[in-house]
Ligand binder design. Structure first.
Ligand code: HEC
Ligand code: HEC
Length: 456
């Protein structure tokens, strides 16, 4: 840039007549330089930069802390807070101790735990069997995805609301198992959301919606198990698959989604922002507006059609204005890359050739997105599995999962692979494709392919 201006400064001054022409050339040259240079944040137009910063700040806030007014449902109707605080604080039952909360897979943000409490926990001086200490953590806003609303006494709960972070965040266990720094976008594969909801004293809201009794609601909720949730039960009322297994799916990662067209495990619901509006309104029971006339199809979505979920309007809207920043934040979340030593690089290099060649994986998992650019959906028979879950979605297909962080099986991929975790390991997935596509991969080739998958 310096030599460029020096070179032009003399003629510009000397040849005034040609000034217009020269400055035009100079502008063009400068534009070329700008295009060639990486778009460093300092080069962004100030309005764009401000917008990016605002979207990120608002998005992180919404993802982590916004209940969208869902406390009117989880506290007001379901009275979940009464089960959390127990009789001693005016609720019901024994209450939820921190130990049980951690066993249910709830996670604690160590940065929000007050210093003196953290020191006392380390010293073994906090009774993890006492529900009063769960309330203490809620008061500190330290429980991921759950916000407690306290009575004026500051001790007992008036209500609770939930956040996206409940199912789509976990912690790095830096303090102790279940307590650590937040990992936004990592699915919580320990969270037994069904068992938590089933512990609430009043399940009539679900019973009425599904037109079943409360015992049936309990049976369904407790069938899900850790890491799973059923995001279509409220539409079609299908709680169990034909084989008798629960219809719930795994909580997916909410990172590595930029560039991916269709979202969720199954097809054609819409983009990330469609799904955020869907979940905020219909699953979290936040206050807002939601529109989807496809849900009026009474044959496919009898529950949604009867309860008009495709035309939700709570009067008050605490969701719509937050969608842009929430969308932006999720698309900003990167897939965690494999730490050194998690895979064999030489084998992975051979595996990459198989992925794009003999094993035919890249036909659908197109690098570097690892899903199809464009229409990334397939019918069940194409991938050789049953169509139960696919059929519950508008396009009746499965979405090609963008392959991410396959090296990490303790948190991100805990609970297995595919929408319902039917394959316990990546090896089982590869064996399945080997049979289904008759790939004739040798043992050595399978090993190389798996090392490549672990490198993603
Ligand atoms: C109770 C647990 C739970 C909560 C709370 C929740 N989700 Fe999800 N989320 C899921 C499950 C389960 C799926 C998969 C649904 C399916 O495929 O049918 C999902 C799917 C998604 C996806 C699609 C990911 C992909 O691979 O394409 C995104 C994005 C997402 N959720 C974001 C959010 C946001 C943002 C919020 C808050 C507004 C939220 N979720 C709240 C459980 C949850
Ligand atoms: C015809 C398209 C297609 C081809 C070819 C294909 N896949 Fe898939 N893949 C899918 C779909 C669709 C899913 C989602 C299935 C589900 O969730 O039930 C998937 C899921 C996966 C998953 C699970 C990811 C997760 O997070 O649970 C892995 C791993 C995977 N594929 C690896 C491969 C490998 C390795 C190959 C090559 C041997 C391959 N795929 C070939 C479409 C394909």
């Amino acid at each position: 840039m310096t030599s460029f201006s020096l070179r032009w400064s003399v003629p510009i001054v000397a040849l005034a007549a040609a000034a217009a022409l020269i400055s035009y050339d100079a502008a063009l040259a400068e534009q070329r330089t700008k295009q060639a240079a990486p778009a460093a944040p300092s080069r962004l137009n100030a309005a764009v930069r401000d917008n990016v910063e605002r979207l990120l700040a608002e998005g992180i806030q919404t993802f982590r802390y916004d209940t969208f007014g869902s406390e009117d449902f989880w506290g007001g109707r379901v009275k979940l807070h009464q089960a959390i605080q127990g009789e001693k604080f005016g609720g019901v039952g024994p209450g939820l101790s921190p130990k049980q909360a951690l066993e249910f897979g709830l996670k604690v943000d160590m940065e929000a735990v007050p210093k003196n409490v953290a020191t006392a926990i380390k010293a073994g001086k906090v009774d993890l069997n006492d529900p009063a200490n769960t309330l203490l953590l809620l008061k500190a806003n330290a429980v991921l995805g759950v916000t407690g609303f306290f009575n004026e006494d500051g001790k007992s709960l008036k209500s609770v609301g939930i956040q996206c972070a409940l199912c789509h965040s976990t912690v790095n266990n830096a303090f102790m198992p279940g307590i650590g720094r937040r990992l936004d976008g990592w699915p919580n594969r320990d969270l037994n959301i069904g068992a938590i909801v089933a512990s609430a004293p009043d399940l009539r809201a679900f019973a009425e919606m599904l037109e079943v009794d409360e015992a049936t609601v309990k049976k369904v909720l407790t069938s899900w198990g850790p890491g799973k949730f059923d995001a279509e039960l409220n539409l079609d009322g299908k709680a169990f698959r034909p084989d008798g297994k629960p219809a719930a799916t795994l909580n997916p990662p909410a990172f590595g989604l930029a560039g991916v067209n269709n979202h969720t495990w199954t097809g054609a619901w819409g983009t990330v922002t469609y799904w955020n509006a869907y979940v905020g309104n219909l699953e979290m029971h936040g206050k807002g507006k939601f529109y989807d006339p496809r849900l009026d199809n009474a044959e496919k979505y009898p529950v949604a059609a009867r309860t008009r979920q495709g035309h939700k309007d709570d009067g008050e809207d605490r969701i719509t204005a937050k969608l842009p920043a929430l969308h932006f934040y999720q698309l900003s979340l990167p897939s965690p890359k494999p730490p050194p030593g998690t895979f064999d690089a030489a084998a992975a290099a051979r595996g990459e050739k198989l992925f794009t060649g003999k094993a035919r994986c890249a036909g659908c998992h197109v690098p570097p997105l690892f899903t199809e650019p464009g229409w990334n959906l397939h019918k069940a028979d194409e991938i050789g599995i049953d169509d139960f879950q696919a059929k519950r979605s508008p396009d009746e297909s499965y979405r090609t999962t963008p392959l991410r962080a396959l090296w990490e099986t303790k948190q991100i991929h805990k609970g297995g692979f595919y929408h319902d975790g039917r394959f316990a390991t990546v090896k089982d997935v590869v064996d399945h494709y080997n049979d289904h596509f008759t790939l004739s991969l040798t043992g050595e080739e399978k090993r190389d392919l798996i090392e490549y998958l672990k490198s993603l």
